[in-house]
Design a protein around this ligand. Structure first.
Ligand code: TRP
Length: 454
């Protein structure tokens, strides 16, 4: 073991590794973004594209990120340098930082909505009596010019406090507790939704693919969602891979992480869509969907207020474990490459993201009727979301798979995936095939498809 190995933080336990990577993967992406993307993109048609993207592209790229992270024991910048790639690969790091800042900017706004809903439930002001009220409640809150900003700032401060203190102390312990709790709550809500009068309509919408609805937009969105949900493409999982111990089984960890993450997304779908159809709502509502449907679900459960508080609290924690992992990308850059202190790095990250967060928050209020030179609406929120999730993450993922499949020495890849030959990985040839051909070509073709090339 080199001295660098010894100094670098490592996860303490096997459960800790899974809880932390799942903690990064599971968040608003599963519970807020997946249902609304599925709702906007035809339900079953979207789900099938999404699952294919997870299996064929997501899991291999996740293995690649873990492998590059552990074998280089470095963040996304240092990794390519360490592995003796040419200078150009350094750019991957800049793509990662840009994407993480864009995502943090809109993500913290939604996490702020979660905090507002938690607060409203605690003080008993979330109206659980009229279904119609939820729509107006969300619309008036999200279009306010100060409340969402206040919550965004508060959320980012929570993130800041944890991030300044380093990786091992806070995250691992919190994830160990929070993930199982969230999971149990989701199961309870699922059972509740399955007993609703039009549950079968919701399930049909989510699980029966109408192949005629598979359009380029659906495929591009599914790819973006897969990468977003697995925290791929910007070096988050690479950084976490660098904290793995030499005994961590990479392929197994990647498969478990992807399975649990997908399970949570599907559970969220099973909670939301039966309710959407039972309450006569439309599945095509965009970002507001979950925030309008969830309160109406709680409303018809006994003890609505308690469920609501518990749920929004856990969702807030789940968002936090995700934003912590995202912040780690730029913080590792500032501390390890630019030799700044952790406090300074965290503060710079906070200031940049605060600016992006305010712009995103105002997209629903002040900017909602403003346009850019009369050409397009000033919707920073959607712009940040689209550019990061549907463009930068897949681009990052494509480059990572090319690096792992074509540039990284095959023996080195094999050594790290098999823990230096101590374990057998029968899927190794398949994985290499996916990394060399399926992932780069698949992502490239989906891009061409998306910009209307075919
Ligand atoms: N995957 C997280 C979610 O589903 C969000 C997230 C955390 C993320 N780290 C990331 C997304 C890195 C993309 C890249 O909520």
């Amino acid at each position: 073991m080199t001295s660098e190995d010894k100094n670098r933080a490592q996860f303490a336990t096997r459960l800790g590794i899974i809880a932390t990577t799942v903690g990064s993967a599971v968040g608003l992406g599963n519970i807020w973004r997946f249902p609304y993307e599925a709702g906007n993109n035809g339900g079953g048609a979207f789900l099938i594209c999404y699952l294919l993207c997870i299996i064929l592209l997501g899991i291999p790229v996740l293995c690649a990120e873990f492998a590059i992270g552990r074998t280089s024991r470095s963040n996304i910048f240092g990794a390519f340098h360490q592995l003796k790639a040419s200078g150009k690969w350094h750019w991957m790091g800049y793509i990662g930082i840009l994407a993480s800042i864009l995502i943090l900017s809109f993500y913290s706004v939604v996490a702020g909505w979660t905090m507002e809903y938690m607060y409203q439930s605690i003080v008993g002001r979330l109206n659980f009596t009229e279904i119609d009220a939820f729509h107006n409640q969300f619309a008036s809150f999200s279009s306010s010019n100060w409340r969402p900003i206040l919550w965004t700032v508060l959320f980012l401060l929570c993130n800041y406090i944890i991030v300044v203190r380093g990786v091992k102390k806070g995250i691992e312990k919190m994830s160990n507790l929070m993930m199982p709790a969230l999971f149990i709550l989701l199961i309870i809500f699922c059972i509740n939704s399955l007993m609703m009068p039009k549950a079968h309509e919701g399930l049909r919408f989510l699980f029966t693919p109408d192949f005629s609805k598979i359009t380029p937009k659906v495929i591009v969105s599914a790819l973006g969602q897969a990468f977003f949900s697995l925290s791929l493409g910007l070096g988050t999982m690479m950084t976490y891979g660098s904290y793995f111990s030499k005994d961590t089984r990479i392929v197994r960890s990647a498969t478990i992480t992807a399975s649990l993450d997908t399970l949570v997304a599907i559970l969220a779908g099973i909670i939301i869509f039966p309710a959407v159809f039972s309450f006569g709502m439309s599945p095509v509502q965009g970002p507001a969907l979950v925030f309008e449907v969830l309160p109406s679900i709680f409303a018809q459960m006994p003890g609505a207020q308690i469920w609501s508080i518990l749920f929004f609290f856990l969702l807030f924690l789940a968002s936090l474990t995700s934003t912590i992992s995202m912040s780690e990308v730029s913080i590792a850059f500032f501390t390890e490459e630019k030799k700044m202190s952790r406090a300074k790095a965290s503060t710079i990250n906070l200031i940049i993201v605060l600016c992006g967060g305010v712009l995103s928050a105002l997209s629903f209020g002040y900017f909602s009727d403003k346009s850019f030179l009369g050409l397009c609406r000033l919707d920073f929120f959607s712009f940040f979301d689209f550019t990061s999730s549907n463009v930068l993450l897949p681009l990052g993922g494509m480059l990572i798979s090319i690096f792992a499949g074509w540039i990284l020495e095959r023996s080195r890849l094999k050594d790290t995936l098999t823990n230096n030959g101590r374990i057998g990985v029968s899927t190794f040839p398949l994985l290499v095939f996916c990394l060399k051909y399926v992932a780069p070509l698949g992502i490239f073709l989906i891009f061409l498809f998306g910009i209307g090339f075919f």
